[in-house]
Ligand binder design. Structure first.
Ligand code: TYC
Length: 102
């Protein structure tokens, strides 16, 4: 196309970049003191797992030392970690929950 002064312009179609927000894994860590039933209850209460799902994930953490219990936006992951840590502290259990960028 001639833009009037003799120059040629070329239209190039570009794909608009839709930036997805990063996701964060919420991790539960094993320890020697938190009762198994308490961990199962935490997974049911804060992560919407059934009793069977919660029991399975709890056993994975117990055996392997750590497991991913969910993947969320930064804000939701922070809230889950805070809820678990507060609940564990209220019950005087040393249960640890952390998050890391996926
Ligand atoms: N290891 C604990 C026990 O034997 C159970 C446990 C499981 C603790 C998972 C923490 O994230 C955890 N009582």
């Amino acid at each position: 196309q001639d833009d009037g002064d003799g120059h040629i312009s070329v239209a190039v179609a570009t794909r608009p970049k839709t930036k997805r927000p990063p996701l964060y894994k919420v991790l539960l860590l094993n320890d020697d003191y938190t009762p198994m039933e308490f961990v199962v209850h935490v997974l049911e209460r804060f992560f919407g797992m059934t009793h069977a799902e919660a029991f399975e994930i709890m056993l994975t953490v117990h055996k392997k030392g750590v497991a991913v219990v969910g993947v969320f936006s930064h804000e939701i992951a922070e809230t889950k970690v805070a809820q678990v840590m507060d609940f564990a502290r209220q019950h005087q259990h040393p249960l640890q929950c952390t998050m890391e960028k996926e």
